[in-house]
Design a protein around this ligand. Structure first.
Ligand code: ADP
Ligand code: ADP
Length: 225
């Protein structure tokens, strides 16, 4: 079983904010929506799953992997698009992907080229691959963000509030891309936009004040709200 299993995760920051309170979730392959207002604890949860910060209590399993005990193993199978994704504006899309691929350990240049070309096609940026990232629109940058997150062919893709500032056309394009990725990958989408989850995610959880309020199928959940 390749589900992501999050058990009893808790985190209190030094200022006393209880950002996560006994969070337990089971997340299968496909698009999974994590819905909650600002301050709910979404970023804390995402960063904890990505092993960028540690919880006070709890465990995370991915397949047979104990994520918190083996963060380096997790990172080999993780793609992460953080809320604030910075790009180097002076580099072209193709060149930055090439550098990032080297950092991810893809050292064979022929292999790198093949992977990058396929990814550029997948995110629909092949035609603009030689252009500088500084000139990219918000939507283009986010699709580039997905390309870099997919470089290592991850089993788990985490995207944190990815559509802030995108126009409706770009947002749809971005979500179509995520849905395609979700056919073979666990994709966790954090958002405060109800409609996004409703349209895209067969499963979801609503979190608020660090707690899971409800989890399940969006249509059933929203019927009962
Ligand atoms: P931890 O308990 O994980 O060590 P800290 O309380 O030390 O976390 O804070 C980590 C970082 O987050 C610090 O650089 C701090 O300035 C910053 N930070 C503090 N409060 C907030 C907040 N409300 N939202 C986002 N970042 C914050
Ligand atoms: P969301 O992503 O849903 O907006 P966050 O995980 O960013 O929620 O924040 C959850 C709560 O924890 C908020 O009250 C926020 O102010 C607080 N917080 C986030 N990061 C830190 C930090 N590093 N130090 C202290 N408090 C934090």
């Amino acid at each position: 079983m390749q589900d992501l299993i999050i058990s009893n995760l808790s985190k209190t920051y030094k200022n006393g904010v209880k950002a996560l309170q006994d969070i337990t979730l089971q997340i299968p392959i496909g698009m999974y929506g994590l819905l909650g207002p600002n301050g709910a604890g979404k970023s804390t949860l995402m960063r904890t799953i990505a092993t960028l910060q540690t919880p006070d209590f709890g465990s995370i399993q991915l397949g047979g992997l104990d994520v918190l005990a083996q963060p380096n193993e997790l990172r080999k199978v993780l793609g992460y698009l953080p809320q604030q994704f910075g790009v180097y504006p002076a580099l072209s899309a193709e060149l930055l992907l090439d550098h990032l691929a080297v950092l991810k350990g893809i050292i064979n240049s022929k292999e790198r080229k093949e992977i990058i070309q396929a990814l550029l096609h997948k995110v629909n940026l092949y035609e603009v691959r030689k252009q500088k990232l500084g000139g990219f629109s918000g939507g283009m940058k986010q699709r580039f963000g997905i390309a870099q997150a997919l470089l290592n062919n991850p089993k788990l893709l985490i995207v944190d509030e990815p559509t802030a500032g995108l126009d409706p056309v770009e947002r749809n394009r971005f979500y179509n891309l995520l849905s395609e990725v979700g056919e073979q990958t666990i994709v966790i989408l954090s958002t405060h936009i109800v409609d996004d989850v409703k349209e895209l995610c067969p499963r979801m959880a609503i979190i608020n004040k660090g707690k899971v309020l409800v989890q399940g199928n969006p249509l059933q959940i929203m019927e009962n709200l």
